[in-house]
Design a protein around this ligand. Structure first.
Ligand code: FES
Length: 229
């Protein structure tokens, strides 16, 4: 079967094509700002599996049917436009940045070393340029994309097609589903969202931009029981 994620109406996300399933956690630098991702484990998942997106399953990250008793409203409200239409362009002397705020999953990799916007502004300094590129590449939702100015191309991390369940121990919450490596995500009504190298899907049930995460898991204190592993 093709590698794909299918959103079901008021129900789980069906993953097909034997995509590996990992758990990854945010690691902080000495100042407590997100620095990098740490792979915690690979989960047994198999060829196809159903991931909870209502937040109520007792067998997270997998669906156990709880969306029915929870009366989950999984209506997809995300705009169906390409990233290029959502994003604003920030030009720097050494690297450019595009930023689509509506995709923010509040992973906060853009906060380190003065923040990515200041780093882009000062990107004639190779150190600042390097950190800006790193920060954009660690942004799980792909809200932030660094661009090679000469080539006019995005600087994207090299990801295997895979799915990661994220944890944010710095905020004491569990995070979204991180889909990597250009795997198509199809809505309940058959629309294929723009295929991107990285997107984040809501699994707490609270996002106002479903099926994508919008950081609501932080306010909700979403906890899948594995935050600090
Ligand atoms: S997981 Fe981020 S808003 Fe639901």
């Amino acid at each position: 079967m093709d590698k794909k994620l299918k959103i079901t109406r008021d129900g789980p996300i069906l993953v097909s094509g034997g995509l590996p399933l990992y758990r990854e956690a945010i690691v902080a630098d000495a100042n407590g700002d997100p620095l990098e991702w740490r792979r915690v484990e690979e989960l047994e998942a198999g060829e196809s599996y159903a991931l909870c997106r209502c937040g109520a399953s007792k067998n997270k990250p997998f669906c156990d049917g709880s969306h029915i008793s929870a009366g989950f409203d999984g209506t997809e409200t995300a705009r169906r436009v390409p990233y290029s239409e959502m994003a604003e362009l920030y030009r720097g002397p050494g690297v450019d940045l595009t930023d689509a705020m509506e995709l923010c999953a509040v992973a906060r990799f853009c906060h380190r070393a003065g923040g990515i916007w200041a780093l882009v502004e000062g990107s004639d300094d190779p150190v600042k340029k390097g950190i800006a590129i790193e920060e954009a590449g660690n942004c799980p939702s792909g809200r932030l994309v660094a661009w090679d100015k000469e080539a006019g191309k995005p600087i994207e991390p090299d990801f295997e097609p895979s799915v990661s369940i994220t944890e944010d121990p710095l905020s004491g919450v569990s995070g979204p589903i991180w889909v990597k490596g250009g795997v198509p995500v199809e809505s309940a009504d058959g629309h294929v969202y723009e295929v991107r190298n990285r997107v984040t899907l809501c699994r707490c049930g609270r996002s106002g931009n479903k099926p994508f995460c919008n950081g609501a898991h932080i306010r909700a204190g979403f906890d899948d029981g594995h935050i600090n592993e």
